[in-house]
Every structure is written in structure tokens, then in C-alpha cells.
Design a protein around this ligand. Structure first.
Ligand code: HEC
Length: 407
């Protein structure tokens, strides 16, 4: 069977992919945040601005694969999808489940900042009933117990924070990534016995979660893709049921089958005495969590339109700079580049200068910079940069001036 078609119509297996140069260890180039790294489509590390937290994204090659299960498959339950061929475009997926380090800033720290700015409609959870951690471990452990709504809002927050569009996987993407080329019941084969090497589930979890990344990954290098916490997928439509994939620590081995799905039930919230129940937390579902993805096609489209969407972080900035950085990425990086060097397609076209060079630094003064940002720049009748005075407050402009001088 053809697991990967790359390029279209050309059938290759996992080994050939390695020969074609796709490597799941190649994390270096995308880490530079240099847009030209995109055609390389490699693994990268995403830093979250304003702190020291980062997470790894794995480049998953596109291909065609059979997802779902046939009617007579061993261990099949009726809610599994029928076997069907799907073609998946290349995308990135988190190497690990989202841990509390990434999730807690969303729940607590950035609240005021986001609410004051009404940033891109990001909303924040209310305080959970009881401890957010549910006594299941904190640092290094997977974030858990959030509703699908919260998982989706988390992705919006993460996108705002990083300037890179993150989202929940579709079910097809999730299963494709889990299988990593395998058409067997489990990603390691038909025999359930090796499950303990790859997944925390009923037989080895001691009824709790474990720190992310401790067991063996699948062939794409994804850890805990089965077991530990089951992972939220995006809804196909607003009325579609909420689904998690991969099974969690309390589940029997059959739930680790690639095609297995779990549909949210009212029982998942039955310990919540509030009425109405929280839309943010599932009081009795401490076995659900998050793994994020990013589309390659989004990034290519963004580049074609030269949207100011930054690829990745170059350096962690101090926390008080995070806001200026986010504004900069949103409005300015499209031309001036995340690194201020002006090497984006648009920056080159309009002649943006290299703000990290001493020669340019020597020409800068606050007043001229402020004036340029407020009123825009045209040269010999040619438009170079729009006026931002309607879009940005004086304080934001001041912060941007300081931010650009520091390149
Ligand atoms: C459409 C492309 C484009 C965008 C978007 C853009 N700029 Fe510019 N900007 C330019 C060009 C071109 C120049 C003139 C060459 C240069 O100085 O880099 C310029 C010049 C400047 C200058 C003039 C510096 C000086 O005093 O000589 C500042 C400051 C500046 N930009 C800041 C910003 C900020 C802040 C944003 C986002 C709010 C932004 N730019 C968005 C293209 C852009």
C-alpha cells in the first residue's frame, strides 16, 4: 500500500523519505526564524516570547493513507470511522503533548494583557473548580482536564503570543501522524504486547499521568501520541461531537489503536457542582489534553501575501518586551523582518534597511522614528510604509521605537 506520495503520485515508503532528505532530527534551520528556511520544511523549536518556555514541532510529510478501521477489525468499536483513504498536506505537529509550562501562562499570567487589548478575540478560562493540576503532577507533566473549547482558545492564545498559527489537529491529521506509515492496528504493529514501551495506559500508568517524552516515540518522532492524555481534535463542524484520540492513562490497550476515538460524554463533567457547568474545565475528565499542529499551507499562503506572520523566534526577549514584540510581529515584521534585517520579500521590495547594523543605528533618532511610524513614509511619490497613528496608541508606538532600536 502507498503510505506517502511525495511529490504527488510518486509512491515512497518511510525509508525512501529519509533518502530524499526528510529527516526528523533536522531541527536547526527553522530555529533561525529565517523565512528562507521554510522550503526546507524541517523540525523547529518554538520559543514562547516573554519567558523561557519553548516546545518542539516535528515536520510531518504529506501523503495518502487509509485511516479508520474495517468492520471486522479486532477491537473495533462502533464509533470508529470506516476505513477511508485520506490525503494529508504536510504539517507540523508538537513532538510532545502540551505540558503545564506552556498551558499555565495562558490560564493565569497573560489574562490582563489579553483582556485589556481584546487581542484577536482570545478568551481565558475562569478559575477551575479545585486545583488546575488535579494532583497529577505539575512541571513536565501534560496539561489536562480542559474542555475542547479551552483547548481551541489556547491555540488562539499561542498563535497571538508567538505570531505563528497553531491549532488542534483534524482527526485525519491526528491519525495520519499517529500511524506514521503503519496500516496495522497499533502504530508499532498488530500485537498489543509492546504497548508498554510506547504508551502510558491502564497496565503501566498506575492510574496517573507521567512526564512527557519518557517512553519510545513513533516513527515520526512523536512521543506519547498514544496514552498519557488523550488528545483533543478540532471539530469538523459546530454540531460535530467533541472527540479525543490516542487514549489516556486509565484506558485499556484497545484504546491505543490508531483508529480508536473517544466521544465526549456528560459524565466527563459530572463532578462539577456548578450550574451551569463550566465551559472551560471537565471536572471528571483528567485524561484529556492537547497536542498542537501548524499547517505548512498556511505558512506558504501567508508568505505569498507577505503577511506579517513571523516564522519563529530568534531570541527570547525580556518579559516587558513581549507586548511590543507581539505588536511588532503583527504589523511590522512583514517588511522589517522578525530580526529587523528587512530581508522579507516585501522588505526587499520596498528597501527596508537592516536595523541591526551599526550604520543604520547611527541614523536613528526617536522623534524621526515616531514620526515615521505615525505618519508613514513616501519617497518621490512612492508609498513605502503606511501611517499607523489610527491603528496604534502613542504608548505602543513608543514601545515599538524602543523595540526597533534594540535590534
Ligand atoms: C510595507 C512594508 C513596511 C511595513 C509593514 C512597515 N514598514 Fe517601516 N519602513 C518601511 C520602509 C521601506 C522604510 C524605509 C526604509 C527603512 O528605513 O527601512 C521604513 C521605515 C521605517 C522607520 C524609519 C526609521 C527612520 O527614522 O529612518 C521606522 C521607525 C519604521 N519603519 C518602523 C516601522 C514599524 C514600527 C512598523 C510596524 C508598526 C513598520 N515600520 C511597518 C517599510 C515598512
Amino acid at each position: 500500500m502507498c503510505h506517502f506520495s511525495f511529490p504527488k503520485g510518486f509512491c515512497v515508503g518511510a525509508l525512501t523519505l529519509a533518502i530524499l532528505g526528510w529527516s526528523n532530527q533536522n531541527a536547526a534551520s527553522a530555529e533561525t526564524g529565517n523565512e528562507t528556511a521554510l522550503p526546507g520544511f524541517t523540525n523547529y523549536v518554538q520559543k514562547i516570547p516573554g519567558g523561557t518556555v519553548s516546545f518542539e514541532m516535528v515536520a510531518v510529510p504529506g501523503g495518502t493513507i487509509t485511516v479508520g478501521s474495517s468492520e471486522n477489525a479486532v477491537g473495533r468499536t462502533p464509533n470508529e470511522l470506516p476505513a477511508q483513504n485520506v490525503t494529508i498536506k504536510p504539517f507540523w505537529m508538537g513532538r510532545y503533548e502540551i505540558s503545564w509550562q506552556e498551558f499555565v501562562p495562558y490560564v493565569f499570567a497573560d489574562r490582563e494583557e489579553v483582556e485589556k487589548d481584546k487581542v484577536d478575540g482570545v478568551t481565558h478560562p475562569t478559575k477551575p473548580y479545585g486545583s488546575v493540576y488535579r494532583d497529577r503532577g505539575e512541571k513536565g507533566y501534560p496539561a489536562l482536564g480542559m474542555s475542547q473549547h479551552t483547548a481551541t482558545e489556547f491555540c488562539k492564545w499561542l498563535s497571538w503570543k508567538t505570531g505563528v498559527k497553531y491549532r488542534l489537529p483534524t482527526e485525519a491529521e491526528w491519525e495520519y501522524a499517529c500511524r506514521a506509515g503503519a496500516d496495522t492496528a497499533y502504530f508499532w504493529g498488530e500485537d498489543p504486547a509492546p504497548a508498554k514501551e510506547y504508551a502510558w495506559f491502564k497496565d503501566n500508568s498506575k492510574d496517573t499521568t507521567h512526564p512527557i517524552g519518557k517512553l519510545k516515540p513513533n516513527k515520526f518522532g512523536l512521543y506519547d501520541i498514544c496514552g498519557n492524555v488523550a488528545e483533543w481534535c478540532a471539530k469538523d463542524s459546530p454540531d460535530a461531537p467533541s472527540i479525543v484520540r490516542g487514549g489516556g492513562f486509565p484506558d485499556p490497550v484497545q484504546q491505543l489503536r490508531c483508529a480508536a476515538r473517544q466521544v465526549e460524554t456528560p459524565q466527563w463533567n459530572e463532578l462539577d457542582p456548578q450550574s451551569p457547568q463550566s465551559i472551560w474545565w471537565l471536572s471528571a475528565a483528567d485524561f484529556v489534553g492537547i497536542r498542537v499542529v501548524r499547517s505548512l499551507s498556511d505558512e506558504l499562503a501567508a508568505q505569498a501575501e507577505a503577511k506579517p506572520a513571523a516564522a519563529t523566534e530568534t531570541a527570547a526577549k525580556p518579559a516587558d518586551n513581549a507586548k511590543a514584540q507581539a505588536t511588532y510581529k503583527r504589523f511590522c515584521a512583514g517588511c522589517h523582518g522578525v530580526d529587523g534585517k528587512g530581508q522579507t520579500a516585501l522588505g526587499k521590495r520596498y528597501g527596508a534597511r537592516d536595523y541591526s547594523s551599526a550604520a543604520v543605528k547611527a541614523t536613528l533618532n526617536d522623534e524621526a522614528m515616531t514620526n515615521a511610524i505615525k505618519n508613514g513614509i513616501s519617497k518621490e511619490g512612492k508609498h513605502l510604509m503606511m501611517a499607523y497613528k489610527e491603528k496604534l496608541s502613542d504608548d505602543e508606538i513608543k514601545a515599538l521605537v524602543a523595540y526597533m532600536k534594540a535590534f
